[in-house]
Ligand binder design. Structure first.
Ligand SMILES: [Cu+2]
Length: 514
């Protein structure tokens, strides 16, 4: 029996999509081929799909190579609704992990070495059924994460507010061959109704390392830093696949306004965003490295028949898959490639798609090689590797100082949920068994005799977009003297910050006063 009726006179709608997991069924996953994975060799990740307002070009729109930006760049500068994979610290799904800026719209990196298992607890915080479908790893039907009849697996379509734990084995065939580079990367993405979910932003990667060439934390031992680039043209036309097909080929289907093929193509074109990691026109931040480092680039493309891309670097060359020296790597939709670079040419360089039209439409980014300092010390270029346990934080301190008048000053950032209203939350700081609660106003300021909280990145309506709250905290007065003295002696002290329901912790390490 055909899945859909071929009889145009009697069109039947596609079968109503029933989520395979709901709030009522609970998490029915967590098994692999009928068994629970060995906790000793399992890395557990907590990933939620959440709505987020995305800006393809938040910082710059400057002419490139003397060419003025096309009109579409101006409309780039607005927030569009996306769904994203977001990593949390544990099963409570309250404290988000700090994002890695250079991943852009890409979801969190899930990593492991051959022989390990990934358990991924997925919570769907959106209104449509979603999934996580992995490439490259070994799974049973329930952990395939793709919806198609008949008999979809349990994790095929996770309903709104429902949770499912996928179990993915990193077996021999998930890792690199002996003659491949020491690590390789696979895509994962939502796979319920088709490519539309990737276009919404639901895509990320899995990095698998050869255990013979891995550090204890699972990173490849023959490189110093990792980079990822996803070349993908996002479609903001609002047309779903069916409407596009109708525009392109039928154009007379009932209820669809008639446009010429050229008008349709133009409409799609001006709503296309030619992005690397979801950023256009040089807006992708954090592609920074130090002179002398061995840098591994994982390269991906996705999308449709327009998405043939040629990733190109200025300033340096790469070795593609250990075989070929080049500075251009060819990518087709769902390509997954690895290239190694020796960062031996300090400066800021362009990296871009070499398809001429794609580049003119903004498919470029800048990357920087910081020169070795006078004492041979390079500046910090961010977290070198993706998805390592020591990168698993939701709170970071950039500065911690005791002033001459004995105030403790802390500056840093903490993750918050999307569209966080600063004036609706209590923010509590706990240090050495003592705590203080702040109720900030719309400008992000809260002052009490024992301390001050200043939120640096609230907008004029008191909202933080992007999931990261940047703060400055001063603790002072008699209330805090014993904690400050303790910190002065020990130089380090654990600190907890609670923002709304989410609890975060880290350790204060006193900065050197300059
Ligand atoms: Cu391209």
């Amino acid at each position: 029996m055909p899945l859909w009726s071929q009889d145009a006179a009697d069109p039947k709608p596609p079968p109503q999509l029933q989520p395979t997991v709901t709030v009522q069924t609970g998490d029915t996953g967590g098994m692999t081929f009928g068994r629970k994975p060995d906790p000793k060799t399992t890395r557990h990740y907590y990933i939620a799909a959440e709505p987020e307002l995305w800006d393809y070009a938040p910082v710059v729109s400057e002419p490139m190579c003397g060419t003025p930006l096309p009109p579409s760049a101006a409309s780039n500068h607005e927030r569009v609704g996306k769904l994203r994979y977001v990593q949390y610290t544990d099963a409570t799904f309250t404290a988000k992990m700090l994002p890695t800026p250079r991943l852009g719209i890409l979801g969190p990196v899930l990593r492991g070495v051959v022989g390990e298992t990934l358990a991924v607890t997925f919570l769907n915080r959106t209104t449509q059924p979603l999934s996580m479908h992995p490439h490259g790893v070994r799974y049973d039907k329930d952990s395939e994460g793709a919806y198609f009849p008949p008999n979809p697996g349990k994790g095929a379509a996770v309903g709104p507010a429902a949770t499912f734990t996928y179990v993915w084995q990193l077996d021999e065939s998930s890792g690199p061959l002996p003659n491949e580079l020491s690590s390789k990367a696979w895509l994962y993405h939502s796979h319920v109704t088709g490519e539309g979910e990737v276009n919404l932003g639901l895509v990320g990667s899995i990095i698998v390392t050869d255990p013979k060439r891995a550090r204890p934390d699972g990173t490849p031992n023959d490189v110093d830093r990792e980079m990822e680039m996803l070349y993908l043209i996002f479609d903001e036309s609002g047309l779903d696949a069916e409407a596009r097909e109708a525009y392109e080929y039928v154009n007379t289907a009932s209820g669809i306004p008639t446009k010429t093929w050229a008008e349709t193509m133009e409409f799609i074109e001006i709503h296309s965003r030619f992005a690397i990691n979801g950023y256009t026109f040089g807006n992708l931040p954090g592609l920074e490295m130090n002179e002398g480092e061995r840098v591994r680039w994982y390269l991906f493309a996705l999308g449709s028949e327009q998405d043939f891309h040629t990733a190109h670097w200025h300033g340096m060359k790469v070795i593609e898959e250990g075989r070929r020296r080049t500075d251009v790597i060819e990518l087709l939709p769902a390509s997954m490639k690895v290239a190694d670079m020796k960062a031996d040419n300090p400066g800021t360089w362009l990296t871009h798609c070499h398809v001429a039209e794609h580049m003119l439409e903004g498919m470029f980014a800048r990357y920087t090689v910081h020169p070795k300092g006078a004492e041979g010390v390079s500046r910090d270029s961010g977290v070198a590797f993706f998805g390592t346990p020591h990168a698993a934080q939701s709170l970071t301190l950039r500065r911690a100082e005791i002033t001459p008048d004995n105030h403790l000053e802390l500056a840093g950032s903490v993750t918050v949920f999307e569209a966080f209203s600063v004036f609706n939350q209590t923010i509590t700081v706990e240090l050495g068994g003592r705590s203080i609660s702040f109720k900030p106003d719309r400008s992000g300021l809260a002052t009490t005799p024992a301390g001050t909280l200043r939120i640096r990145n609230t907008n004029r309506y008191g909202i933080i977009f992007g999931g990261l709250l940047e703060f400055e905290i001063t603790l002072k007065g008699a209330d805090w003297q014993s904690q400050i003295t303790k910190l002065q002696q020990a130089k380090t002290l654990p600190v907890k910050i609670q923002a709304g329901e989410a609890k975060h912790m880290t350790t204060i390490v006193l900065s050197k006063r300059s």
